[in-house]
Each structure stands twice: as C-alpha cells, then as structure tokens.
Design a protein around this ligand. Structure first.
Ligand code: ZN
Length: 186
C-alpha cells in the first residue's frame, strides 16, 4: 500500500497564501514540532503536540507513531508545507475516482492515462480543462500551497474545524481538504 497524506489547501486553487501566515496558523495550534528538512518550496516538520488533537479520527484512532525508525523511514506522522508554486498542482492517490468536468459534469474515464498532459479534453463536451480544474471532490488535492499531514489515509481522519478556521483567519481565504499519495522527497 502506498503512503497516504491528508492535504489542506485553499478552496480557490489559484490563490497562493503567504506561507509564513500558514505556518503561523499551524504553530498557534502546535502542529509542527521541529524542522526536519528544508528544500525550495518544501519544509518538513516533525509532529508537534497539536497533531493528534487537530487530525481527528472518525473511528477509534489507530496507534500513531511520531518518530522515524531510521534515516529513510517516512511511515510516521509528520507534516510538510509545500509551495508556493507558480501554477496550481494536482496531487492524486491510487484510489482517486474519475473526476467531473467543471463545465458539463461529465466524467473523465482513464484519468491516469490522461494525466500525462496538463490539459485534458472532456470526452462529453470537448472543452480542454486543466488537470487541477476538474472536480476531484476530496479524492485529489489541488492548489499552489499545501499543508501535508503525512500518514493519514483516505477517509481515516479529517482536519479539526479549529484547524481550518485558524488557517482561514491567518490567510484570509477558505481552506479545503483531500486525501492523496504522499509527496515525494526532496
Ligand atoms: Zn465537459
């Protein structure tokens, strides 16, 4: 099974909030612990004490591991701040469902094949639509800035209302969430 993440991102995928404001919101709720690594447009943190409080499990919460077991271990709960990217990115998972066209609501079959191009023609209405502009509901993350909560699998847990509202207050825009595969390093 591939690694999964819960992603938080602005509801409008074209918006790129100031990542310092995003980090301030996360820090207020103590989601990040210490900085583990840094690369252009990517900061990776250990999980702080707020992680388990603001990632809310639907059923009984599983055993959560917050420490790596070796230098290449990524199967533990931690988080990353990704972006800002010049244009919106689409992050999908192995269980991503067929998205709907934003114009005619037609479904896109074989989206895995179609994703080799950035703009995908709708088989129903013929319009060319950017990959991120399709309606993926909560089965793919899209945007220019992402908060990635790693090792949270599809449907398993959701962000707390407080987490989403704090992000909204700090950045001045509404936030959404979705599940997808873990982003690659670096
Ligand atoms: Zn269409």
């Amino acid at each position: 099974m591939m690694n999964g993440s819960l992603y938080l991102f602005p509801g409008d995928p074209l918006q790129a909030p100031d990542t310092r404001a995003v980090l301030a919101a996360l820090a207020e709720l103590r989601l990040p612990g210490t900085l583990l690594s840094e690369a252009p447009r990517k900061q990776v943190f250990s999980a702080g004490e707020g992680f388990a409080r603001h990632v809310v499990y639907a059923g009984c919460s599983p055993y959560l591991r917050f420490e790596p077991e070796g230098p290449h271990d990524r199967d533990f709960c931690h988080l990353a701040l990704l972006g800002p990217y010049e244009t919106p990115r689409l992050l999908t998972g192995e269980n991503t469902v067929r998205p709907r066209c934003p114009h005619c609501r037609g479904r896109l079959p074989d989206w895995q094949q179609a994703l080799h191009a950035a703009r995908l023609p709708c088989p129903a209405c013929g319009r060319e639509v950017d990959d991120w502009a399709w309606d993926w509901r909560q089965h793919a993350a899209r945007g220019r800035v992402f908060v990635e909560l790693r090792n949270v699998f599809p449907g398993e847990a959701s962000p707390s209302d407080q987490l989403l509202s704090r992000l909204q207050e700090q950045t001045g825009m509404a936030w959404s969430h979705a599940w997808a595969g873990m982003s690659p390093e670096p």
